[in-house]
Structures are given as C-alpha cells and as structure tokens.
Write a protein that binds this ligand. Structure first.
Ligand SMILES: [Fe+2]
Ligand SMILES: [Fe+2]
Length: 291
C-alpha cells in the first residue's frame, strides 16, 4: 500500500511512503538535484537504499534515527550504482553502524569501484544472492539489471510487498520545482507540446525528466532496454533517486511513452550519424604504410 497523501508533509522528518519504507532525504527548495535515499525497516532489520552523499549524511542519519531505528539494526547498504551522490557517505555509515556483519550490496562491476569508499564492510554482489534480498520475515527485494542506464552495473530494486520499484537515476529529474510525489495537472498528462507549454507554465516537470535522461543516460538503446526490463515487473509506484516519486498510473504510462520515444539520448545527441566517424586516414596517422 503506497501512501501518497501529500497533505501536511513535513520534510524535516522521515516520510513513510509505504509500509516500512521511508524517504530519508535532504530537502532544499532551491536545489535542482534532490537526492532520495530510502530506508526499509522490517521488524528488527533495516536496509538503506542509495544512502547519499557525504554532505547530506547528517540529515539522512538524523531522519533514520527519527524512525526509532538504532544504527546497528541496519544490516545492509544497497547501491544501485556507484556514483558519489549515492555512495559518498559509506564511511560515515560504517562509522556509526560499527558492525562487522554490515554488508554492501551492489552489482559486481559496481563493487569494483564502491570498494574504494569502504573500509570495513562485506561486499556482496547481487549475482551472489541470485538477484534477491530476503529479510527474516520473508519480505523480498528483487534486483533487475538495467545495464548502462546509466552505469554498466546499474539495476533497479522491486519490493514485492509494497509494489515499489526503486529505480535510482531512471525516472530521475533535475528541476527547480520539487515535491516528494509527482503531481500533474490533468491537461499536462498526454501533452504533446513539450517545447512550448500550452498553459504557459515556466517549468515543465515532464521536460525536466526527459532532459535529465537525455544528459545522464549513455544511449537510447540502453535506456529503452532498461524501460523494457522495468515493464516486466508488476510495480505500482516508482521511487527514483532524484526527482519525485510517481504513483499515478496515467503519469507513469505517459512518462514511459515519452522516454521510449526519445531519439537523442546520451551519445546519440552528439553523434547523429555514425558514418561521420571516418577512420580512412588511420594508417596515414601512424605512417604505417611506409613500412
Ligand atoms: Fe548516477
Ligand atoms: Fe544520481
């Protein structure tokens, strides 16, 4: 059951977005890039998803403690890729949790980089746990690989109990207006005039999402593959690491359609025609024809 009731949201406190799932992020109305770390508490155990950057750590940890959890109850830190906006606070978490059984879970190729942040934790790859993380209660997180969206080892995480899909940078956004839950006016859903807002709004949250993907995702092929893999999962809500949580089926469907149809994503924005990369003078360049 997802709780998207936005009345009286207090961003100074952890926000329970579904049963046992808390948003524990840093809120700054002026920041364009909001990071969304999440905490899942299940009985006496907890896992932190994409814990956040070093400057945000004090706020994130304060909110974790406000849920009533004690640091040693955090069994695992899950990182859906290795960027500093997710992983920068790993040493801070290790210092405060102080447990030799703390596990850092990520894809094998991401762990290669994540180990440079960590001093003491056990590294566990999602391959090693057969793409599942199980709490003692049986509550299960499922990991789905989304390679190169945007990192080689990127994956998304599905909480079967709540229906929440944690998507890291996919469905992320960079924008100056931010709410924890994405709301669109009825006339904005299925809008096809994204370059010029028919309602003359200064900020278009859909454009913010599309622009983020065009810049952050390496290619159209990688993004489409990730979207395809996500659609195989029976999720009911999307919780990205940037931007807003999406719970409305129509909004989700509309954004999927828009992302799928983007032509210029990542390197495709820069190299429009691969044939323009001409290597006919390669031998000349190295003078190898003379030998
Ligand atoms: Fe990233
Ligand atoms: Fe990110």
């Amino acid at each position: 059951m997802i709780n998207s009731d936005t009345t009286n949201i207090d961003y100074e406190n952890p926000i329970e977005i579904a049963e046992g799932i808390y948003w524990v992020g840093f809120y700054d109305a002026k920041s364009g890039l909001h990071c969304n770390p999440y905490l899942i508490v299940d009985n006496e155990e907890a896992i932190v998803i994409d814990g956040g950057s070093r400057p945000d750590f004090a706020t994130v940890m304060m909110k974790i403690l406000q849920t009533g959890l004690e640091p040693h109850q955090i069994n695992a830190l899950l990182y859906q890729h290795y960027d500093p906006d997710l992983c920068g606070s790993i040493p801070n978490f290790e210092d405060i949790i102080e447990s030799s059984s703390l596990r850092i879970i990520s894809d094998e190729s991401s762990l290669m980089f994540i180990r440079h942040y960590s001093a003491s934790s056990q590294m566990v790859s999602i391959e090693d746990v057969n793409y599942h993380y199980k709490f003692s209660s049986g509550r299960t997180l499922q990991f789905i690989k989304t390679p190169y969206s945007h990192s080689s080892g990127s994956f998304v995480t599905f909480d079967q109990k709540s229906g929440m899909l944690f998507t890291s940078d996919i469905f992320g956004s960079y924008g100056t207006e931010w709410d924890l839950f994405l709301k669109l006016r009825p006339q904005c859903i299925d809008c096809v005039s994204l370059t010029k807002c028919p309602s003359n709004r200064e900020n278009c949250p859909i454009n913010d999402i599309l622009n983020f993907h065009k810049i952050i995702m390496p290619s159209r092929k990688a993004l489409k593959y990730a979207l395809k893999k996500m659609l195989e999962v029976p999720f009911t809500a999307i919780a990205p690491q940037h931007g807003s949580i999406i719970t409305d089926r129509n909004i989700m469907r509309y954004i999927f359609e828009q992302l799928i149809s983007q032509k210029e994503v990542g390197i495709d924005r820069i190299i429009k025609d691969e044939n323009s990369l001409n290597f006919s003078n390669l031998r000349e360049r190295f003078n190898t024809d003379e030998h």
